[in-house]
Design a protein around this ligand. Structure first.
Ligand code: DAH
Length: 335
């Protein structure tokens, strides 16, 4: 009787080894191991075996069953390893396409402004959104009765601090920590108690600029801003200064770019003036230098500040500032 188990073992192992794929192997498995398969049939023949030899026969069949099971599993694993070079992957199918995100227009303009000023030797500085009255107003030479100090205009916290209403306090923080020469741009969020409409938002962004050294003049300010204007808007763009007032600069100016839509002739975008207001600027007030322990006889500087959303709106023809914040991808994906 041992012969029958050995005969079956021989053919079964050969068939398993020769199974060319998973389906063929399954057929072999069924033929050998199912309830009415060849191994079960062998066990049925236990009755024909003389009683004295039955234990040995049973043991032999059980060993055969165990060995075939192991051989089946090994062959199955080998076929799975081969599969990638076979039918499982079709290398001619197009790859899976993942939609790429893009940067928000406000972030993109901040990055671009920083990149332009970096070429002029500026570095990027940052300051906190929650500021002290000293950094946001006092050290910036802001009069006690200046309207921007009013709780109607600025968000105050219970402890007397506030949400900065401009990025100018970064000038103060930076000069407190770094003796001149200083050349920085400082982008960041600002907060004002404005009711939201097409051109106002209680939360917006500015970029501050500050250049302090032994010899800095209004001509540097104008030259650097003109370079900035041409880098941002193209070589045709001109700039002009209009006299203005800011507490932290003297003299102070407002800075206009010539309208990039009509080239200065007058159109709807520039309200027929040919010019678009972009920034506030001026020569750093001696009191600001004094407030940070910097000698106004030894150093002078220029400063400027501009609204990022305003630039985004002008560059991209965004008619309502709120469109920048509604997070509607159908809108933002255009930029
Ligand atoms: N802080 C001013 C504002 O929010 C903008 C500004 C004007 C910044 C003149 C400056 C400056 O640095 O010199 O309206």
């Amino acid at each position: 009787m041992p012969d029958v188990t050995e005969t079956l073992r021989e053919t079964a192992l050969r068939d398993i080894a020769e199974a060319a794929d998973a389906a063929a192997l399954d057929a072999v498995r069924l033929r050998l191991m199912s309830r009415k398969g060849e191994v079960a049939a062998l066990m049925q023949r236990l009755r024909e075996v003389p009683p004295g030899e039955r234990p040995a026969f049973g043991k032999a069949v059980n060993e055969l069953k165990r060995d075939l099971q192991a051989a089946l599993e090994a062959r199955q694993a080998a076929l799975a390893d081969d599969a990638p070079s076979g039918e499982a992957i079709d290398a001619t199918l197009p790859g899976a396409w993942r939609r790429l995100g893009r940067r928000h227009p406000v972030s993109r303009i901040i990055a671009e402004v920083a990149a332009i000023f970096r070429r002029l030797g500026f570095t990027v500085a940052e300051g906190p959104d929650i500021e002290t009255v000293r950094h946001n107003f006092d050290a910036l030479n802001t009069p006690e009765d200046h309207p921007s100090r009013d709780p109607q205009d600025t968000f105050y916290l219970a402890n007397g601090d506030l949400l900065r209403c401009h990025t100018s306090p970064v000038q103060v923080r930076y000069l407190e920590a770094h003796p001149p020469p200083v050349r920085i741009v400082a982008p960041g969020r600002c907060y004002r108690r404005d009711t939201a409409d097409a051109t106002h938002s209680a939360n917006f962004h500015q970029v501050e600029g500050l250049y302090v050294d032994a010899e800095v003049s209004m001509a540097d300010l104008k030259g650097d801003l003109h370079y900035f204007a041409r880098s941002l808007m193209g070589p045709e763009v001109g700039i002009r200064f209009r006299p203005h007032y800011f507490p932290f600069t003297e003299p102070s100016v407002e800075v206009d770019f010539s309208c990039h839509v009509c080239g200065g002739g007058g159109c709807r975008v520039c309200k027929q003036s040919g010019w678009i207001e972009i920034a506030g600027a001026g020569m750093v007030h001696p009191n600001v230098l004094r407030a940070v322990g910097c000698d106004p006889e030894a150093f002078r500087g220029y400063a400027f500040g501009m609204g990022i959303e305003r630039i985004a709106m002008i560059l991209h023809g965004v008619e309502d500032i709120r469109w920048l914040y509604e997070n509607d991808l159908r809108y933002l994906a255009q930029f």
